[in-house]
Design a protein around this ligand. Sequence first.
Ligand code: HAM
Length: 417
Amino acid sequence: MFKRIPGTRDFLPEDVYSWQEIERISREIFSVYNYKEIRSPLIEDAFLFTRSLGESTELVQKQMFLISGRGEDSYALRPEGTASIVRSYIENNLDRTAKFAKFYYIGPMFRRERPQKGRLRQFHHIGCEAIGSGSANLDIEVISLADSLLRGFSVEGYIIRLNSLGCPKDKKALAETLRKKLKGRISQTCEDCRRRFDTNVLRVLDCKRKECKEITAGLDIGDSYLCAFCREHFRRVKDGLDSLGVKYEDAPRLVRGLDYYTRTVFEITHKDLGAQDAIGAGGRYDNLVKELGGPDLGAMGFAFGVERVLLVRSAKAKPQEKNLVYLITLGEKAAAAGASLLGQLRESGIASETDYEARSIKGAMRLANDLGARFVLILGDDELKKQVVALKDMQSGKQEEVALDTIIGKLRDIIRD
Ligand code: HAM
């Protein structure tokens, strides 16, 4: 018996209904905000991620699925979408056609993490990236788009947590402040945090261990590390969100786990998720396009974890096929005529199914019922002689004979109503 790899999931048809609904709503809302879909490969040059996400990040250090090519670790299964989209934007010279471009994407991501509730090794992102603007108006749009999507998905009780890391200079100042404040207590933190203190001190704020959390929760970080420009930018973002009625909380300790972030960062949490409480997250990455060899352009985006959205969603999607027609044929001649009727039904766009096993009428009716068929068509030798078919409405229980050459039109009319 083969088993699925830990940290991967099978989505069975009943789960896929909800999934498709989330996708449909996303596509509708993204298109209302004028975002266009982009699809990039699942494998990329591993160095793209090292360069974009940061060498010392947890993701690059421990979580990338590397694929060896000719003795070298050269490819990686993409752990996130932003770096790939920026690569694609630059490689396809999209800045030459439209400096400001808005993309959305839906697809699998891979991280070698320890699997637990809401934490998978193959999971899925619904995300967007808007490249080509440093304006606070973009931050406001992107955050309100995330809010709009969650409302569209019927998710309630989420919290948008907001912070600004400032420009690279401010980020350095923030790291310095943090180093100073942590210095006296770093020996009380975990081994990872002691390492982070030297390599990437902002990561200490992300640590989930109790002893480290207690220490960082007591730190007064303030916002004095922000320069006047970034402070003003952040004020505009908040004012804009206030005037749109998008609710958020200030989160001075929110730094995000990837190095490319600058200025506005946000995370959306939900209490029902437990330890892995982020449904989605994002922020500005104003230096990444340039860093990867493109023009100097501001950009911002976010991504939701689809599996986590599904965990906190109150509405459950119903099966999408409400008007299934189930055809039962009795006898060999009727079976041949039935095959042609089934073909015509499907050609006409009417969802239909039949019994492949020549069951008794009772057995076939039971199957139609189990499948949730709305109509059953019964075609036996008698009906065939009269060139009719028996049509049973499974909701009302009514049965009538309908001429074979008018049945498709009749079904179409009922279904359309
Ligand atoms: P991220 O915070 O690493 O950001 O991932 C975004 C979301 O993906 C998380 O909030 C979470 O819901 C989901 N997620 C992450 N890892 C897992 C996992 N192992 N299992 C299940 N769900 C997971 C990014 O990836 C950025 N690229 C977001 C972004 C786009 N920033 C700017 N643009």
